[in-house]
Design a protein around this ligand. Structure first.
Ligand SMILES: [Zn+2]
Length: 430
């Protein structure tokens, strides 16, 4: 039998226990008085309140969904398989951020950040009292330090474009970075506003098009936060993260959307990895001049259409009559996916606002959608850095010509109809 809590019933104390016995639905509005609502955009962490998303915390929960984005499903599987204790509470000893990020004025601006929790890395610090009282508050952001080593950076050193400085960049090509992993936390009224839709329509679409996965989206209007089961993002910082506070220090940035085929495996049908590596090079140069560089890496594979759709499009592009060519590049995507792009750059500037960025001196991207989203948020952009021609793989010419023709930023004139016909990709079996 499935049982709802009755109106006026006190929350279970403690609200923790193994997933046995009755299923407790959280969809009943009678629980609304138990949890402390979050005051999104409040001037301080204390006034804003903690995001309580741990599923064991019963009536204390003030969100819809579960922590860890898409990985929440693996956690559920681990509990079902008996390998994870369902009441396990994270021991956060020594997990504090390895570098100080924020707080910045953007954190308290309800229009600036709607898709992540700006205090997500600081929960042990700013909500220590609530943690001590037994509330299960989990970090949604983690900040650490590492060294990265990329063959393209070693190549840039060999060719004399970069030089070791013994600190940021070593002789053997190791680069010191500070990196932050960010899980999505959506403030639903703010997300609705970004897309100029009503919160009701947004909630209904999220409910219906996830197969009815989160009933609270349509039954718990009092819960304004949603932890969506999607990928998050990673920020790689080159140089001093706090340099953004100093208007005299240069800022470089590339906002990169995941492309596993190129980024990891070196597939040559697109320019993703070469452009990413060029972005890292620009970030290192900028940091060596006393500035700071950021790579914001979004988990939005294949324009957020997913890799299956992406590979279907590759086949359709290469098998079409006349072969793979720039003039039909966007059209083929739309035939398969229904749209050309689902990345929604509207939410992308949130990470930049979290980092305290108010201007970007060198923006390493040719995308007008990204440019417009960032400047639309009031972040100034100085120079735009296109990918150097020498870094474009031959089979990626179709993509590059199609994008330039569609208005992507380039210092060269837009390709004409003739050039669109000329750019050809390799045959599928070649
Ligand atoms: Zn790619």
């Amino acid at each position: 039998m499935i049982k709802n809590k009755q109106p006026g019933q006190q929350p279970d104390a403690p609200a923790k226990g193994p997933a046995k016995g009755h299923i407790k639905l959280t969809s009943h509005p009678s629980q609304r008085d138990a949890a402390s609502p979050v005051q999104w955009g409040a001037p301080s962490a204390g006034a804003r309140g903690p995001v309580v998303g741990a599923v064991n915390d019963g009536a204390q929960r003030n969100v819809i969904g579960a922590h860890s984005g898409s990985y929440s499903i693996y956690r559920a599987l681990a509990v079902a398989a008996g390998t994870l204790d369902p009441v396990h509470v994270a021991d956060l000893t020594d997990t504090a951020p390895a570098a100080r990020i924020g707080p910045y004025s953007q954190w308290a601006d309800v229009g600036k950040i709607v898709s992540l929790d700006p205090y997500g890395h600081m929960v042990s610090e700013v909500f220590s009292e609530q943690l001590e009282s037994g509330l299960d508050i989990r970090p949604t952001i983690a900040v650490t330090k590492a060294r990265v080593n990329m063959p393209e950076i070693k190549e840039a050193m060999r060719k004399g474009r970069l030089e070791a400085d013994g600190d940021l960049l070593t002789e053997n090509g190791d680069v010191r970075v500070t990196k932050a992993a960010i899980e999505p936390v959506w403030y639903l009224p703010g997300i609705a506003e970004r897309f100029a839709v009503s919160e009701t329509d947004l909630r209904r679409s999220l409910f219906e098009h996830s197969g009815g996965m989160y009933t609270e989206l349509v039954t718990r209007n009092d819960l304004k936060l949603f932890l969506p089961p999607i990928g998050g993002l990673t920020v790689y910082c080159f140089g001093d993260v706090s340099a953004v506070r100093d208007p005299g220090r240069e800022i470089a940035c590339r906002v990169h959307d995941e492309c596993n085929g190129s980024d990891v495996f070196g597939s040559d049908i697109c320019t993703c990895r070469p452009y990413l590596a060029h972005g890292v090079e620009v970030c290192i140069e900028t940091a060596q001049r006393g500035g700071v560089g950021f790579i914001v890496y979004n988990r939005k594979e294949g324009r957020a259409l997913g890799e299956v759709t992406k590979f279907l499009v590759y086949n359709a592009r290469k098998r079409q009559l006349g072969g793979d060519r720039a003039e039909t590049y966007f059209e083929r995507t739309e035939c398969v996916a229904g749209v050309q792009d689902m990345r929604f750059q509207e939410l992308m500037p949130d990470a930049l606002n979290w980092l305290g960025i108010a201007r970007i001196d060198r923006f390493v991207s040719m995308s007008d959608m990204k440019y417009d989203a960032i400047t639309g948020q009031g972040i100034e952009i100085g120079e735009r850095v296109a990918i150097p021609d020498s870094l474009i793989p031959e089979d990626a010419n179709v993509e590059m010509v199609a994008k330039k023709a569609a208005g992507y930023f380039s210092e060269e004139p837009e390709p004409d109809a003739e050039q669109l016909k000329v750019a050809r990709g390799r045959d599928l079996h070649d």
